[in-house]
Design a protein around this ligand. Structure first.
Ligand SMILES: Nc1ncnc2c1ncn2[C@@H]1O[C@H](COP(=O)(O)OP(=O)(O)OP(=O)(O)O)[C@@H](O)[C@H]1O
Length: 232
């Protein structure tokens, strides 16, 4: 169980919500609404004592235990070593001992065999995001937060990520995205932020009702053949 109890800062206001262990979440909202900041609060990159993970206050957890419980995957991979390869970075993603067989399995699953011996620095933005996804699967925290994971991926990769998210490979997922069609089809619980406040927290079905779509997105969206598309 993840619980946030009335967290406020200069960016977020009165944030309270609970997520059960079998629930995944999608965080939506306009640019600057506070989504990444909330993700950092949940993962203790922004420190607070208002978050509970599995009944324990996050500020009281040892670093290793916190890493086992929650993993924040940022929108961009920052690598400061010029030479580290994809394979080497994945070996560093284990919380405990390295399991090379698992590294090979995940590389195959994500379909990144062709880049596994390349330097991380020289990868394209989309390749770096695939590497972040592979790294999160190896890390295998109880909760993984993906901040705009699919932003730089081509559409066939977005489809693969969607399929992966539908499979039980990762435990509990929190996904920040601007891809509303992905959000719509994942059918996870939705948290919608506006100016640092929670405007909606509830089921996917309720959020994507035509009433709420016009409330949150005016007339900028429409549903065509069960897909959400931009109403250009
Ligand atoms: N370290 C910081 N110091 C000061 N202000 C910050 C900091 N980080 C974020 N902000 C501000 O807080 C607000 C929320 O930022 P945040 O990155 O959480 O938004 P977001 O919803 O993730 O946006 P986007 O969809 O554009 O990525 C923005 O106005 C941003 O400028």
């Amino acid at each position: 169980m993840l619980k946030v109890d009335n967290y406020s800062s200069n960016i977020l206001q009165n944030i309270s919500f609970d997520l059960k262990e079998d629930e995944n979440l999608i965080i939506l909202g306009q640019n600057g609404a506070g989504k990444s900041t909330l993700a950092k609060v949940l993962s203790y990159l922004v420190k607070s004592d208002r978050v509970e993970l599995l009944g324990k206050n996050i500020s009281k957890l040892e670093d290793k235990r916190r890493a086992e419980y929650i993993n924040y995957i940022p929108p961009k991979l920052e690598v400061f070593d010029d030479y580290i390869t994809v394979y080497e970075l994945l070996e560093l993603s284990f919380i405990c001992e390295v399991d090379k067989k698992r590294v090979d399995e995940v590389i195959k699953l994500i379909g990144i065999e062709e880049i596994k011996h390349r330097s991380c620095q020289e990868l394209s933005s989309g390749e770096k995001q695939l590497l972040l996804l592979a790294s999160s699967m190896i890390h295998n925290a109880k909760i993984t937060i993906f901040d705009e994971l699919t932003a730089n991926m081509d559409i066939s990769r977005v489809k693969e990520v969607y399929t992966l998210f539908k499979m039980p490979y990762l435990k509990q997922k929190i996904i920040i995205t601007h891809n509303l069609d992905l959000a719509y089809h994942l059918k996870y619980k939705i948290l919608y932020l506006k100016n640092g406040k929670i405007e909606f927290f509830g089921t996917s079905q309720e959020f994507f009702s035509s009433e709420n779509l016009s409330k949150f997105y005016n007339n900028s969206l429409k549903i065509v053949n069960d897909h959400l598309v931009v109403n250009l």
